[in-house]
Ligand binder design. Structure first.
Ligand code: BGC
Length: 362
């Protein structure tokens, strides 16, 4: 909050209207940003897509905008729409337009590492937002404790299943997403210890694609002869895919399903009883941590970290800011609303109004 803020505030004011009007991927924000002083240290953020989770556009973008606006810095947030080449092009154009700090949610480690390498060669600092880029060169990694996310999912499923014997299917996230590896490892570390549970199917879903997940889950379900008692789904979208097949087989609500992101759909499924839990990761916290780290970098200062994360591909310890995820069941859906993660109007719309009342969401 020093003189930089003043300069940044002017830059931000100039670029805000442009940022506001460019929804997913417009370049308009760069125009406003370039008229601000380069000392303002414009911050670029590239989100991965709009389909692997609704979180990126509905939670992260507004939280990032709010964090950058509050700090009075100039920014440009764009979305690569699931296309690694597009992410590379956006990164190039952001660097041309003068960003001094670039944060990416990589679509795969190789393309992410190439972007970071190029940035480094141009003196642009980089941050891995949410997903660690293996073999990358990011100055910081801002995320949640992703192994813990998987552990919460495993514990949540175990609580819903109880101590009787149970057959479990794992629907994991994208094989190119290091987080997906950590989620699955965390869940296995909890559930594999429980001798009453048996894994009867497990598959990773390319690009977290919800449509592919429907097909994959149906195949796994059929291969297991329909003898499936629980589903470890890595996020709410994949959970929804599994629930659609459970519905088709008239067992939705009888077979607990996990999730992640506390999306409106996930929370509604929890209220309806077709999903057993989700994991809430506050976008406000994560975006705030990113803004703090980015602003520190743009001033040539060090950000406050919580520790380091091992990148085994690059064989380095990446300075990290890792936040704490929270398990959500029907009993505490209200926590997400109280924290501003979703609005009551969205979650309790239409037929969910009664379920909200029953769950004590007033
Ligand atoms: C994120 C999850 C998200 C998933 C799909 C992961 O890297 O941590 O929150 O659901 O990607 O976008």
């Amino acid at each position: 909050m020093h003189s930089l803020v003043l300069v940044g505030a002017i830059g931000a004011a100039l670029s805000l209207s442009a940022c506001g009007s460019s929804d997913s991927g417009g370049n308009s924000a760069s125009g406003g940003g370039s008229s601000s002083s380069s000392k303002a240290g414009k911050i670029g953020v590239i989100l991965p897509d709009t389909k692997s989770s609704v979180r990126w556009e509905t939670a992260d973008r507004p939280a990032l905008e709010a964090a950058f606006k509050a700090a009075g810095v100039s920014y440009d947030i764009q979305n690569a729409e699931g296309d690694a080449d597009k992410m590379t092009q956006i990164a190039d154009s952001m660097m041309t337009s003068g960003v001094t700090v670039l944060a990416i949610v990589n679509l795969d480690s190789d393309s992410g590492a190439a972007i970071e390498q190029k940035a480094k060669s141009q003196g642009v600092k980089t941050i891995d937002y949410d997903r660690l880029t293996l073999g990358g060169s990011a100055d910081y990694y801002v995320s949640f404790d992703n192994t813990k996310v998987g552990e919460l999912q495993g514990q949540g499923l175990a609580t819903c299943l109880g101590s009787k014997p149970a057959n479990i299917i794992y629907l994991n996230g994208s094989p190119t997403d290091n987080n997906a590896t950590l989620f699955a490892a965390g869940a296995h570390s909890v559930l594999d210890k429980m001798s009453n549970y048996k894994v009867v199917g497990e598959q990773a879903v390319p690009d977290w694609d919800n449509d592919k997940a429907v097909t994959i889950f149906e195949q796994l379900y059929t291969a297991a002869g329909g003898k499936v008692d629980g589903v470890l789904a890595a996020n709410d979208g994949l959970g929804g895919s599994a629930i659609s097949i459970l519905e088709k087989n008239h067992v939705a609500g009888k077979v607990p399903v996990t999730g992640q992101d506390a999306t409106v759909e996930g929370l509604q499924n929890i209220l309806a009883g077709t999903q057993c839990m989700t994991v809430y990761k506050s976008a406000k916290e994560e975006a705030g941590a990113l803004a703090d780290a980015a602003i520190a970098l743009s001033k040539g200062e060090k950000a406050q970290t919580t520790g380091t994360t091992k990148d085994s591909t690059g064989n380095r310890d990446v300075p990290s800011i890792l936040l704490t995820p929270k398990a959500i069941t029907k009993a505490n859906v209200n926590d997400v609303i109280a924290d501003g993660g979703q609005t009551k109007a969205d979650v309790c719309a239409g037929k969910y109004a009664q379920m909200c009342t029953a769950a004590g969401i007033s």
